[in-house]
Design a protein around this ligand. Structure first.
Ligand code: SF4
Length: 244
């Protein structure tokens, strides 16, 4: 069994998938999102070396909470696909031995053929669509979204249940044009169980400061609740399963 590099563990997560969840944030990310609130996960050389066995034993301690709430394990990051063998082995062990629901929170920057084995042990994929337009995606994250959109299309082809997330950033992607492009991308996708619109916030700013890094969105305010609600309603009117 392989070992992975873990940034943080949350044993009582309620945001990253159904029910109560053990959320494992892995170290390392290939993207450089300007709105990232987990800035400390980027460096691939950091994190705590942890074995699959150690994580499974830790998850098992809280099993009744996950079982009784319809919850399970979510592997997040950073980007779990950077530690693809560890992620696959852990998903498989938790599914096989603990019979828990499994979710993978990914940016989608991976070739389908590399992700195939891992997806067999994954019940739900959480995917954050950062931008639809490739140039805007690159400006916002440092990486083009071509590969990501191929991965998203493949998830549709194999009928994998997906929750889509989108961070609404004031003055950057909160206008009608951006929301319409997002709606177009998501339209008639039966495997997308829900769409979550999350307002841009500053809760992770201290992580940039701790690393002596400048916040690239220092000039951008937190998203207003009313604007987030308006965006949700706009997308609902386009036929998307947007949750509040
Ligand atoms: S993909 Fe997630 S962890 Fe990586 S930079 Fe973007 S927001 Fe941060």
């Amino acid at each position: 069994m392989s070992e992975g590099y873990v940034n943080t563990i949350e044993t009582f997560g309620t945001l990253d998938g159904p029910g109560i969840r053990y959320v494992l944030f892995l170290q390392g990310c290939p993207l450089r999102c300007q709105f990232c609130h987990n800035r400390d996960t980027w460096d691939r050389s950091g994190g705590k070396k942890t074995s699959v066995e150690e994580v499974v034993a830790d998850v098992a301690q809280y099993l009744p909470f996950y079982q009784n709430s319809g919850g399970g394990l979510t592997i997040s990051g950073g980007e779990p696909m950077l530690q693809i063998d560890f992620t696959r082995q852990l998903l498989q062990a938790v599914k096989d031995r603990l019979r828990l629901h499994t979710a993978l929170d990914t940016c989608g920057l991976v070739e389908p053929e590399k992700a195939e084995a891992l997806l067999r042990w994954t019940d739900l994929v959480l995917m954050d669509i950062k931008a639809v337009d490739p140039a805007e995606h690159k400006a916002l994250t440092g990486v083009s979204n071509e590969k990501i959109l191929v991965f998203a299309k493949w998830l549709q082809e194999i009928g994998k249940p997906v929750w889509i997330r989108h961070v609404l950033i004031p003055g950057v992607n909160d206008d009608k044009e951006h929301l319409t492009a997002l709606a177009e991308l998501m339209r008639d996708k039966n495997h997308v169980e829900r769409v979550e619109i999350l307002g841009y916030h500053k809760l992770g700013i201290h992580k940039w400061k701790e690393l002596d890094q400048e916040d690239p969105l220092a000039h951008v305010p937190t998203a207003k609740a009313a604007d987030v609600q308006r965006a949700r309603e706009f997308l609902r009117a386009q036929g998307l399963a947007v949750v509040s």
